[in-house]
Design a protein around this ligand. Structure first.
Ligand code: TAP
Length: 488
């Protein structure tokens, strides 16, 4: 299937997906650029409040009939959606690359993971069961039943335009909820392409809706809306806090927010494996990942060797326009904003005495001139006086510092307002147990860098959020519990 099948010109031309069809938006048209070239690839229309109302009304009208379907029917719809997405993965990936910048092969991996999420939650839809609670009083029985929360407003960022939409979409639909998605302004077309797939999969009109536009207006309108029962948000801690503080009524909120993720490498670690993990989780998607490794603490006896190998690993990565070179390691960064923050954190670190080990600038060459490119960058001898160690960079920049004992490593790793993901490389079992118990994070990956898998809960602590995605816990976010106390 070619690109046109997934992204017909119409989809790139200021539409929303409301009540089962694409509609021309009435609001201001905003350009969407290819971050590798600066080319305008299409436009969105900023949704008006009337259009948000129409999407919410469509989701409300569809809610009861969708929730009333037998679980197997909802599961079948999700399986069909997963199949449709997988069969058009390459075309959808190319569309994502054009709006987000990640190389096509990486984008295709993300699309296929979305398809996997559809199948996972299809299965879970058939396993929604309640509980019978023991009751001390004769003749009474206590049942706990799960009921879908209702209409969900999903607000998503630009770094994973398919998965972060998909997790909310799949869990909502499996639970029996309906959804209105407000994708990031930078990456709206992948979400609209997913909506097109939902229509092809025969998901009933109004169950899935997409409205585009600015978060401060369209996202906020969903937060404020009296007929939206739950907000599922992924994005920065600042906007998450703003949503929590401004939501004008009691509604369910799940907030998946920022990270500032540490890695600890002890003297017992397999250093080559640790370097490989650091390179992968530090620089994949140009470091624009909430669970990216931002800072690495290395036991002093192996510090120099680790730093040298990490620098070599970073230097070996390729940077290219991900549409032209689908297997590039790094594509363009999604916009000038994360690039500017990366440069600022680098300048701050170097100004305070850090040592540049790899990268440090944009790659040279005419092919990079109009895009947002930056080489994977490593700075060593860092301290917590530097932003690279204490703030989320969200770019291809990793800071490294030595430590002398495990208590110091744990203290430094936990010295952050965030608590999303952490990483440990160690072979000594006591070290492994001490570190995994001491790290105040929702995810701890030991001797690997895959903090999130589909069937385990994924969520942050502290300023990294509340609630979970993935796993059964992720599905529970979309249910209300009802206690039914029966007297026979
Ligand atoms: P944000 O600026 O927070 O934007 C996220 C979404 O919120 C966008 O759709 C944005 O719309 C919208 N938004 C902005 N202001 C809003 C408001 N007042 N009310 C409602 N919605 C509003 O984040 P970002 O820069 O796109 O993404 C990067 C951040 O996301 C990083 O901090 C990263 O760590 C975090 N993140 C976390 C996770 C998890 S799972 N914890 C995963 C990925 C990313 P516009 O695009 O129009 O501004």
């Amino acid at each position: 299937m070619d690109d046109a099948a997934v992204a017909p010109n119409k989809l790139l031309d200021g539409v929303h997906f409301i009540a089962g069809s694409f509609r021309d938006g009435a609001g201001e048209r905003l350009p969407v650029q290819d971050p590798a070239t600066g080319e305008v690839i299409g436009h969105i229309a900023a949704a008006t409040l009337e259009e948000v109302d129409a999407a919410v009304a469509a989701a409300r009208a569809a809610f009861r009939p969708w929730a009333a379907l037998p679980p197997k029917a909802r599961a079948a719809a999700l399986h069909r959606l997963g199949d449709r997405i997988a069969s058009d993965a390459l075309a959808m990936a190319r569309l994502m690359t054009r709006e987000q910048g990640k190389p096509v092969n990486e984008a295709k991996g993300e699309i296929l993971k979305l398809a996997e999420a559809c199948h996972f939650y299809a299965e879970e839809a058939t396993r929604v069961h309640g509980e019978i609670i023991p009751n001390d009083q004769p003749g009474f029985q206590s049942l706990v039943v799960r009921e879908p929360v209702g209409v969900v407003g999903a607000i998503t960022p630009w770094n994973y335009p398919a998965e972060l939409v998909g997790w909310k979409l799949c869990a909502s639909l499996a639970a029996g909820c309906t959804i209105i998605i407000k994708p990031a302004e930078l990456t709206p077309f992948t979400a609209l392409a997913i909506a097109a797939k939902a229509a092809e999969a025969g998901i009933p009109s109004g169950v899935v809706n997409v409205v585009t536009g600015k978060g401060s207006v369209v996202g906020q309108a969903l937060v404020d809306h009296p007929d939206v029962d739950k907000i599922a948000f992924t994005g920065s801690s600042a906007v998450g806090l703003h949503i929590q503080q401004t939501c004008p009524r009691i509604k369910r909120l799940s907030l998946e927010l920022g990270g500032n993720c540490p890695m600890i490498v002890t003297a017992s670690a397999d250093i080559a494996a640790a370097v490989k993990g650091a390179v992968r989780r530090g620089f994949r998607n140009c470091g624009q990942i909430c669970i990216a490794i931002n800072r690495i603490y290395v036991a002093r006896p192996v510090y120099d060797a680790f730093v040298e190998q990490l620098g070599a690993g970073a230097d070996a990565l390729s940077v290219a326009n991900g549409l032209v070179q689908p297997d590039a390691d790094l594509g363009a960064m999604a916009s000038g904003e994360p690039l500017a923050k990366t440069e600022a954190h680098l300048a701050d670190a170097l100004g305070k005495g850090a040592r540049l080990v790899a990268g440090g600038a944009a790659p040279e060459g005419a092919e990079y001139a109009d895009g947002h490119f930056f080489r994977p960058t490593v700075v060593a001898d860092c301290t917590h006086a530097m932003q690279v160690m204490t703030e989320e960079t969200f770019g291809p920049l990793v800071g490294v510092a030595p430590f002398d004992d495990l208590d110091e490593a744990i203290r430094l790793a936990n010295d952050t307002p965030y608590g999303l993901a952490s990483y440990v490389y160690a072979r000594d079992l006591v070290e492994v147990q001490t570190l995994s118990a001491g790290l105040d994070y929702g995810n701890v990956a030991i001797n690997n860098v895959d903090a999130g898998i589909m069937n385990a809960p994924y969520g942050g602590r502290k300023q990294s959020g509340v609630g979970y995605e993935h796993g059964r816990e992720g599905l529970l976010e979309y249910f209300n519990f009802k206690h039914v106390r029966l007297h026979h």
